[in-house]
Design a protein around this ligand. Structure first.
Ligand code: FRU
Length: 483
């Protein structure tokens, strides 16, 4: 082979390796989460239209394409093969009002379903139509449809399917198929006759997706309702329905297709600073046998970034029986492991305070997945300090064993040890920390900003001995890393 040709090959291999390791353009800013979904630029709030269809997870979201503040809502759109790597697609749903400076008829939150039986009559060929139910601001509940796997959207000519009534504010339709009653169900936030005290979730049913019958109303909720059936202790023959409020709080009960009968009071779903507008995915394949929820991390800050907003990492929902009753538990989807770099693990390490045996001194990073089981022995408190450096104290994650409180960033939740042990799973990204205690019984989702250089992780205990029964820590790759 001629040496100049060899050189050319060598140079191309070198550049190929270089680009393959590189991150795609512009997604590596200091406050850009690396495994939480963010819009490429501008404002984002609620997740909308979450659905799995033809091998893709669709994530639509409330989006202002014109600025970093809320306003002029559209549905942004992204797809993923695995809930971890997201590809941005063009805007999906535009306001029903063509003018660019009016809030009237902008595209507010909603949900998506697959029109399996072609009830809207829009199907072309074999591929079923996707329908998005959205609120057109002050303009009723409406449908947009897509016959090409969500790549382009048309507005249904029979809109609105539920008319606007100015005495009766309503928004955020979540639609799903209810097997037992063989009907579609819509849960919709409403303030009937403008009475604040009566604002809550209205339940509608439909056989054809366009005529909706009002069935019942449950007061005491605000925005973004959701309603799902979940097995208790993983037993398919023992299920309950869970109704969600916009802030992720929930009630457990029974649902007959028309009416939700609560069996519990309202309970808080997340104890962190930044968790709002939850929604579960529709149409997950039966074999996945799981329910996945996403929320907007409302109130996060991203100084000098081109974007404003991030979603939580997707979590799996389940119900579990405890002495005090049935509770919702929430854990990150297992697909997080797709981003694992080579991990570190420890077993049966007895930590004596003062001896400063910071087990994790070798761990550095701003994207980490931590999983551990800690025997409380004689400890007063233990925890992690995240994003620490010589200059910065960092963010503290703490379990106070005397008060039985798990806390992070000034927010706390009571969590009793099980068998004198506390289990923690923690997702750390550049601007968010999600903390799951005792297999998702207590969850705190919060945003933070830290000095980009502060990357040290400290494990500490005070007052007595702590047995680290098991600890695994994985640095996480960026979803933007091409490999
Ligand atoms: C919740 C919410 C929804 C509404 C949307 C508008 O954050 O207020 O009720 O549809 O945001 O962006």
């Amino acid at each position: 082979m001629k040496s100049s040709f060899k050189l050319l090959i060598l140079i191309s291999v070198f550049f190929f390796t270089l680009t393959a390791k590189a991150k795609s353009d512009g997604f590596d800013e200091p406050y850009r989460p690396q495994f939480h979904f963010t819009p490429a630029e501008n404002w984002m709030n609620d997740p909308n239209g979450l659905i799995y269809f033809e091998g893709e997870y669709h994530l639509f979201y409330q989006h202002n394409p014109n600025g970093k503040e809320w306003g002029f809502m559209h549905w942004g759109h992204a797809v993923s093969p695995d809930l971890v790597h997201w590809e941005h697609l063009p805007l999906a749903i535009y306001p029903d009002n063509e003018s660019t400076d009016k809030e009237f008829a902008t595209a507010f939150s909603g949900s998506a379903i697959v029109d399996r039986n072609n009830l809207l009559g829009k199907q072309q060929g074999e591929l079923p139509t996707l329908l998005a139910f959205y609120t057109s601001k002050d303009n009723g509940q409406r449908i947009a449809y897509s016959t090409d796997k969500g790549r382009s959207w048309e507005k249904y000519e029979g809109n609105p399917v539920i008319a606007f009534d100015e005495e009766d504010d309503a928004r955020d339709p979540k639609v799903f198929w209810h097997e037992d009653s063989q009907r579609y169900v819509m849960v919709l936030w409403r303030m009937p006759e403008g009475q604040k005290s009566n604002q809550g979730i209205s339940i509608y049913s439909s056989e054809n997706l366009t005529d909706w019958t009002h069935e019942s109303h449950l007061a005491g909720f605000y925005e973004c309702p959701d309603l799902v059936e979940l097995p208790v202790n993983r037993r398919a023959d023992d299920t309950r329905w869970v109704i969600f409020d916009g802030d992720g709080s929930y009630l457990i009960g029974d649902f007959d297709g028309k009416r939700f009968k609560p069996e519990t009071p309202k309970m808080q779903g997340d104890f962190g600073k930044n968790f709002y507008a939850t929604q579960t995915f529709n149409n997950l394949p039966d074999e996945q046998n799981r329910t996945i929820q996403l929320a907007w991390m409302r109130g996060g800050e991203y100084p000098d970034m081109a974007f404003n907003g991030q979603m939580t990492f997707p979590t799996e929902l389940a119900l579990k029986k405890y002495l005090e009753g049935i509770r919702l538990v929430r854990t990150p989807v297992k697909e997080i492991e797709l981003l694992h770099e080579k991990g570190h693990s420890w077993e049966n390490e007895n930590l004596i305070p003062g001896l400063n045996k910071n087990l994790t001194r070798k761990i550095k990073g701003d994207c980490l997945h931590i999983k551990g089981t800690f025997d409380l022995k004689t400890v007063n408190s233990f925890g992690f300090v995240v994003r620490n450096s010589r200059k910065e104290t960092g963010v503290e994650i703490r379990y106070d064993a005397t008060k039985q409180v798990l806390s992070c960033m000034g927010q706390g939740v009571l969590l009793s040890p099980e068998d004198n042990k506390i289990q923690l799973e923690i997702l750390i990204d550049r601007t968010s920390i999600e903390l799951f205690g005792n297999d998702g019984k207590a969850v705190l989702s919060s945003c933070y900003t830290a000095d980009p250089e502060a990357q040290q992780l400290i494990l500490y205990n005070t007052g007595g001995e702590l047995l680290v029964e098991q600890l695994e820590i994985y640095p996480l790759k960026s979803m933007y890393e091409l490999d």
